[in-house]
Design a protein around this ligand. Structure first.
Ligand code: SF4
Ligand code: SF4
Length: 416
């Protein structure tokens, strides 16, 4: 696609990066057919090719309106279109830049500014945990949309493993996961402990920055990335820590992008690239230890029969991290029956804050996804991202959990 930047943008680095991405698009439209929002809405401007065209027009200096912004808002940033695209168009990066530019040009209605501000500040605030606990108690008095985001009930908790091991990894100190689904980090730590790896959460680290990044607050997101790099750097440099494990794929894809996002910051570019290189999805880290896991599980004669599951591969894992089919293959090798799921490439509608900001579309996508995941009669649904798990659980009677929670249960039994 041809593009000529408007005069005021010719020397802007991000505009030039966006223009390079636009130029790679050959307008073939393969991506449009697989885009969930195009499938639901049938409008070219609610598909990737149409959105690329809208961003191109904006960068060329044409006027943009609320309508343009709405078409970009409806995009889930699922990056399914990137997987489909034969020309390697980095749509996710393009739409992030497009949203940042349009945010400066189009003033949102007051209600939207308030909702976005509340999400940006609230989800990453230290008060989020206490607010969740209070909200869980008052759930029956809350509006349905808000109540559906809170934990389904009191989940069992236990202490963090106290063993020290020579092998160590850092775990991300996420913003919403420890409050909404605290068992995921605990399960991760106990699985690692069984393999003689110590998981450490650095308390001075925090939100990966994805919430702010996707709400077009790029400065705020970069500050959170710098804070995490500062917190992890001494540990990584000590040589005692092998990796930063990120068990929420929505956060993993953000940490993996630190090197790219901070490439222009001379104080952080090298450290950011190093951290990004060491950020891993747990399945990648655990893969070499599969024989040991099989051995441990084989020795446990009292463990329950491995379940039949449907696995929901989060978009951030399959399209963002390009980690496709790895968890399914890993689970299969642990005797889990992983059932086939139709349209497994499609988003469940959670997409970070999307399910709050675009509730109608998110609900339709969730209901379609729950139907696809339930069709073959699984015992439970597994996934790898806190947002997807909570969103799917709000529409399913089956247990929806992180795959590491199942693995922890297989290794140690259900926590009392
Ligand atoms: S990121 Fe997802 S919703 Fe957005 S244009 Fe691409 S396929 Fe469609
Ligand atoms: S598939 Fe790729 S090249 Fe084709 S229209 Fe979509 S983004 Fe452009």
């Amino acid at each position: 696609m041809e593009i000529e930047l408007s005069q005021d943008l010719v020397s802007d680095r991000k505009a030039n990066e966006a223009a390079d991405i636009v130029r790679r698009c050959v307008h073939c439209g393969f991506c449009t057919a697989t885009c969930p929002t195009y499938q639901l809405l049938g409008d070219e401007r609610d598909g990737p090719r149409g959105r690329i065209y809208l961003i191109k027009q904006m960068l060329e200096g044409e006027s943009v309106t609320r309508e343009t912004q709405q078409h970009l808002d409806r995009c889930l940033t699922c990056r399914n279109c990137e997987t489909t695209c034969p020309s390697g168009v980095e749509y996710g990066r393009l739409v992030d830049i497009g949203r940042e530019f349009i945010e400066k040009k189009v003033r949102r209605p007051i209600g939207q500014r308030l909702a976005r501000g509340l999400l940006r500040e609230g989800l990453t605030s230290p008060l989020f945990g206490p607010a969740v606990r209070l909200g869980s108690r008052l759930k029956s008095f809350l509006p349905d949309l808000l109540a559906s985001k809170l934990p389904m009930g009191e989940r069992p908790r236990r202490a963090w493993p106290s063993n020290s091991h020579a092998r160590k990894v850092i775990l991300l100190n996420g913003c919403v996961q420890p409050s909404l689904l605290p068992n995921i980090d605990l399960a991760t730590a106990w699985v690692l402990d069984a393999l003689e790896v110590q998981a450490v959460v650095v308390q001075t680290s925090g939100c990966c920055g994805a919430v702010r990044h996707h709400l077009a607050d790029s400065d705020g997101a970069l500050n959170q990335a710098r804070r995490n790099i500062d917190a992890w750097w001494p540990l990584l440099q000590s040589g005692d820590f092998e990796a930063v494990l990120v068990n929420a794929s929505g956060c993993a894809v953000m940490v993996k992008d630190y090197g790219h996002l901070l490439a222009d910051d001379p104080a952080y570019c090298e450290k950011a690239a190093y951290v990004a290189d060491h950020a891993l999805d747990p399945v990648v880290f655990l893969q070499p230890m599969l024989p040991r896991l099989q051995e441990i599980l084989g020795q446990n004669r009292t463990r329950p029969k491995a379940p039949k599951v449907s696995y929901h591969a989060p978009c951030t894992q399959q399209h963002g991290m390009k980690c496709r089919g790895e968890v399914e293959a890993f689970l299969t090798q642990l005797d889990v029956t992983v059932l086939p799921v139709a349209d497994s490439h499609l988003c469940c509608g959670s997409a970070g804050t999307y399910s709050v900001l675009q509730p109608a579309l998110a609900k339709t996508l969730r209901d379609n996804k729950v139907q696809a995941l339930s069709a073959a009669g699984p015992d439970r649904i597994l996934s790898a991202n806190v947002g997807c798990i909570g969103h799917l659980q709000s529409g399913s009677h089956l247990t929806v959990q992180h795959w590491l929670e199942w693995l922890d249960e297989a290794l140690h039994g259900s926590p009392a």
